[in-house]
Design a protein around this ligand. Structure first.
Ligand code: KG4
Ligand code: ZN
Length: 373
């Protein structure tokens, strides 16, 4: 089975073609997992660097320009093209495609509209079943694209992205229970906002990670919030960094925050970045530890979403859960930690495996609910 997957929830326009047999017996290891035939990602990062963040209207326009060429390139890379009679051009061979998958929520409205309307139109035009995929589900399923092992159930997924911070328990494919969530900001959003305070370029996560390399993570003490159960809060950490920077450079809290970075030395920026990165990691891993104590039958820990690219977090996770009785830890390959369409195809593969009905392309609602389902 070949699945064309499309992703356009934020500022990456992506298409991929995934192949495999969702109904293969367990012994058939070559086809029982989704395999990637092509994976195209066009990022708008260079556009938004100049603005210091994503401008939704501009993102939607960029998706509109990129989406058809990106899909066409995915067909070409997969070798799914046929030459046109009497011309040297090639067209997409739709006879090779069995299903279409698209991110339908959550994300930026204009961005989602471009991807979903494209997918709906193509599904109707070519008579293919359409699978509407929740974005966080895709981030989790990025861990099934790993060349080696795949996670086992029951598992705990720590989903850490620009818009979400959740711990999700899965007891089987396509079975999701949110057991913890942020009460305010997402951790990725916090990385982005702290980067702004420190005057580091967009996107903030990689900038903080880079700047932190030369920093002392013990230099500034930042508080770990005391939030009930398995929930998170990150807005206090962002404010704590702001207050600590104001104190360090000796200005009142009314001082314009966008001018603070000019008063910091490079070493101070690195020390703040390292202290923040360590505290954010500690907050996440403490909750994960608590979740594991609550669910001792957990066999795998799955880290998912853009923040999972963070090397410090990866190293600290492996260090913390390193006893032989701890669950096996999975991270997506770095190229699949941020937004991409291969993970959307992987999520669709497992929807098909669990016999989820396709969506009616004539009535796809892009905001049915924002929780994973
Ligand atoms: O999953 P993603 O690509 O998009 C959403 O679904 O939100 O996540 C984007 C987030 C941004 O906040 C970005 O700053 C963060 O992931 N991020 C990182 C790193 N790379 C990306 N955060 C920390 N360290 C990184 N290396
Ligand atoms: Zn994402």
């Amino acid at each position: 089975m070949n699945i064309l997957a499309i992703e356009s929830s934020c500022d990456e326009t992506a298409a991929a073609i995934i192949t495999g047999d969702p109904f293969a017996s367990n012994s058939n290891s070559d086809t029982k997992k989704p395999q990637i035939l092509s994976n195209i990602v066009v990022s708008q990062i260079d556009i938004f660097k100049a603005y210091g963040g994503v401008i939704p209207e501009v993102a939607a326009r960029s998706h509109l320009e990129a989406i058809l060429p990106v899909i066409h390139q995915a067909f070409r890379d997969a070798g799914f093209t046929k030459s046109n009679a009497n011309s040297s051009s090639y067209s997409d061979d739709w006879s090779k495609i069995d299903a279409i998958a698209v991110t339908h929520t959550p994300g930026l409205l204009g961005s989602l509209l471009i991807g979903t309307l494209t997918a709906r139109t193509l599904a109707i035009l070519h008579g293919k079943p359409l699978y509407a995929i929740h974005h966080l589900k895709s981030h989790i399923y990025a861990n099934w694209l790993n060349a080696e092992n795949t996670p086992s159930f029951p598992l705990l997924a720590l989903v850490i992205s620009g818009g979400h911070t959740q711990i999700i328990r899965m007891t089987a494919h396509n079975n999701f229970e949110i057991i913890g969530t942020t009460l305010d900001d997402a951790v990725g959003e916090c990385f982005d906002k702290v980067a702004k305070i420190l005057g580091l370029p967009y996107p903030g996560g990689p900038s903080i990670a880079n700047c932190a390399k030369k920093g002392d993570s013990q230099k500034y003490h930042l508080p770990i919030p005391n939030i009930k159960e398995l929930d998170f809060s990150f807005s206090g950490l962002k404010t704590a960094v702001l207050r600590a920077v104001q104190k360090e450079v000796g200005v009142p809290i009314s001082y314009p925050s966008h001018q603070l970075a000019n008063l910091l030395t490079d070493q101070q920026k690195s020390d703040f970045a390292a202290s923040f990165e360590k505290t954010a990691t500690d907050i996440l891993l403490k909750k994960l530890e608590k979740a594991l104590a609550t669910y001792p039958d957990t066999k795998s820990i799955v880290i998912a979403g853009g923040v999972s690219a963070n090397q410090n977090l990866r190293a600290s996770t492996v260090k913390k859960f390193n006893s032989p009785t701890d669950p096996t830890i999975f991270f997506p390959e770095l190229k699949f930690s941020g937004d991409n369409a291969a993970m959307v195809g992987a999520a669709a593969f497992f929807e098909i495996k669990t016999k989820t009905e396709p969506t009616d392309p004539y009535s796809l609602n892009i905001f049915p609910r924002s929780d994973i389902q």
